[in-house]
Design a protein around this ligand. Sequence first.
Ligand code: NAD
Length: 360
Amino acid sequence: MAHKVTLIPGDGIGPEVSAASRRCIEATGVKIEWEEALAGSAALEKTGELLPQATLDSIRKNKVALKGPIVTPIGEGFRSVNVGIRQALGLYACVRPARSYPGVKSLYKDIDLVIVRENSEDLYAGIEFEEGKPETKNLIQEIEKYSKKDIRPDSGISIKPISRSASERIVRFAFEYALKHGRKKVTLVHKANIMKFTDGLFLKTGREVAKDYAGKINFTEAIVDNMCMQLVQKPHIYDVLVLPNLYGDILSDLCAGLIGGLGIAPGANIGDGLAVFEAVHGSAPKYQGLNKVNPTAMILSGALMLEYLKEEKAAQALEGAVKAVISEGRYVTYDFKSDPNDPNIAGTREMADAIIKKLK
Ligand code: NAD
């Protein structure tokens, strides 16, 4: 029986990389019934909404989606559609493996890390108060009253809620992921020395959860700034990292940098019985429509989706085909090449074609 999957092409380079990923997934032989749904600028044009209800309904019905990146205009009062999807569907865990592939131009070799990012709260909760608004002034006065600290009257305020329940859920998810995938260590990343009641709660809760896995999975903790340095100096000593939302976002790009860039970093957003698979990268608008960017991150997101659908053999075959094409280095996109004038640079479609050929 075919799996039903919602396909959201996305903005910018989204449609190109989603199409490449779809073709590669189909080439594994797994039967998928795709249901296309809109979000982002294409949805705004057609329906007047950035995230139509029909799109959320489609994901709820099919339970699995493959999603291209979607633009979030900076500082214009827009809520991110990407965050909106994760929050509306309760996709509380963001899983982002960062694995080195031979043939990729990178300062590092043999990286094999997994970021598990809390996806539902922290500074991404979207609770913000604009500078100068009457409610912001009231809030500032209230906070000053309770905290006995001064806040400049011309401040904007973003709220960072971190709960015991969401912290417990994500840390447990990270340990369960580690068990299921034969991983040895979970490192909890925080800034509890400064934010005692938010990151402090995340850390305290994480330590309690870790006790349930003692003897099976090692547990370590690291302060986020130190973690950045450690990841640059000795990434190989880390395994699974579990982080609150914002640090997870930032360290995802750092880890993508360790393995050769955003073009090859896949991801999954997972909730209870629902999952949306997407690359770590965004819509890279300057490359839109040029058939230029690397489709690998979206294709590997497709492999994660196949694994989630219990099509493990197809997932492994797809990852193997990607690996083979990258290591041969002939049909790869510009970002794999050290010489921008290399006459053998492949486009998005051609790289996908080469991967498909390996699957046949
Ligand atoms: P970006 O990831 O879109 O691009 C940054 C740079 O990374 C690009 O200029 C390019 O050099 C490189 N890059 C990205 N994807 C690549 C690929 N597939 N192949 C080769 N190189 C690639 O980040 P940005 O420019 O900060 O964001 C652009 C838009 O995307 C913003 O509106 C942002 O909000 C949005 N965004 C969306 C998501 C998502 O949909 N989940 C994630 C991140 C950013």
